[in-house]
Design a protein around this ligand. Sequence first.
Ligand SMILES: Cc1cc2nc3c(=O)[nH]c(=O)nc-3n(C[C@H](O)[C@H](O)[C@H](O)COP(=O)(O)O)c2cc1C
Ligand code: SF4
Length: 550
Amino acid sequence: MSKNLSELSGRKGLRENLFEELGVAASQTGAVSKEQASALADEFLMGKANVYGAATFYDFLRPENQGKKVYACNGSACLVAGTQDALHNKLKGSFTEDEIGEMCCLGRCHENSAFHYAGRNYSGADIDKINDIRSGTVVPMDKYHVATSGTQLLTAPFPGIAPYYATLKKALSLSPDDLLATLKVSGLRGRGGAGFPIAFKLESCKNTAGDTKFIVCNADEGDPGAYSDRYLLEERPHSVLLGMIIAGYITGAGHGVVYIRGEYPEAVAITQAAIDDIRTAGYIGDNILGSGFSYDFKVIKAQGAYICGEETALLSSIEGQRPEVRVRPPYPTQHGLFNKPTVVNNVETLACIPWIVENGGDAFAAIGKGRSTGTKLVSLDGHFNRPGIYEVDMGTPLRVVTDTLGGGFRKPVKAMHIGGPLGGLVPVSKIDDLTVDFESFSQAGFLLGHASVVCLPQEYPVIRYVEHLFRFTAHESCGKCFPCRLGSTRGYEMVDKAINTDYKMDRVLFTDLITTMEIGSLCALGGGLPLPIRNALQYFNEELKQYFEN
Ligand SMILES: Cc1cc2nc3c(=O)[nH]c(=O)nc-3n(C[C@H](O)[C@H](O)[C@H](O)COP(=O)(O)O)c2cc1C
Ligand code: SF4
């Protein structure tokens, strides 16, 4: 990343945003042309190569996407559900092969057969109504179970804007220091994967001098299998927005940016509508409720790149730079968006803040287990009898999630990939050993991550899943460091060759490769992929050994 480019991009602030302009440029044809990139480069005083290089990084802006009319989901959940070949064949009845693209992932993991057409997502039996969808006579449906087994914190019914924003009045009557102390007591840790305590980030940003600061909500939810952030944005957007406003008040940030993945068009529209509603009600804008505190929002629709979920790549993305991961330090709380102090937090983390302010840090800390306080949303895929979003107290036995809430498996399953592509591959024999909290998973050699569950059915070859994970990483790598950029591609090539020819992989070479990725990668994409691969080697050796020579 370049600090100069951050400054140049920041000249127009969020008002005229280069990344958004790239999206507008591609809206007609599906890609940004060299001429359009050149004109934007002149407007933002940047190099043409910078702008064209950024545009061509994204799935929805690059030339290969030109002319696509419909997109089939190629995420892990749809892949292992085995629905996408039939979907593709059905799409071919209405579109030419060139008009069919791919998206990863649409967050319809609860029923699969997912596809995107004309700005809307569809799944399940929708494909059989493709002609009605094309003529605009079908309203997309999206039904999944939502329930809780403990404290109803994030899934509680929404009481309406005025009663809900009473918590904002309460927050603004307290000092930022008092609110920070409450969050410290709560023990709230990031729900986006790393589990970092939010209070430390807010405190660091608060203590960094600056007239302009940002609170960025990471709503890129790229983990295939995860749709809990989508649930919050579509069903409980005000908990996220209010959490961001309070975070802004604590740190002195006047701007909230909600960066939402482009694969979630409904979430983008609903979040924007919720912001418009609270502007009308006077809960954002200048001098909110006479407090002297001013705050406003900007929604940014992403353009299809998993790495943009990594917080520093996300900041580069908003700036219209190529979304490469940044070396830390400096941390975003010191040099973040446009080089200004910035806090980046996950949707679910921010959504917990209003409850904590309303009920107290102690009440939140009393829920959960050990250092994992509060509740956690878990996303269950279509292999469960009751797929959906479940809110559980941290520390809840995994068996309660799979059996009591999820209703057990619809068909025989051998493993669950929990926490996204970089999470652990948990064999079903381990279900009774795990509880839903950060420590239980890491102590057992897995990762809670964002707590999405993608099931590997009994008949699905583990080697194919390993191949899928390498290919996913190779496609999504930002390319900044070679262990990930080269390692993911080499890994894919080795596994692919072992599947399709009589080539046998050298186990030492293979282990060297994943160890190099693990210890040499700059971020948790290249560094995290080895975890599920190692789990696969450990728990499914009988199935995998035929692909190795020693
Ligand atoms: C490859 C990669 C992808 C990530 N994707 C997401 C994501 O989609 N959403 C998210 O909140 N965090 C994601 N993260 C984690 C973020 O970098 C960051 O830790 C998080 O947004 C901080 O928020 P939290 O502390 O509230 O979890 C990702 C990290 C990596 C390395
Ligand atoms: S690990 Fe991969 S995604 Fe992360 S910085 Fe390196 S190349 Fe980029």
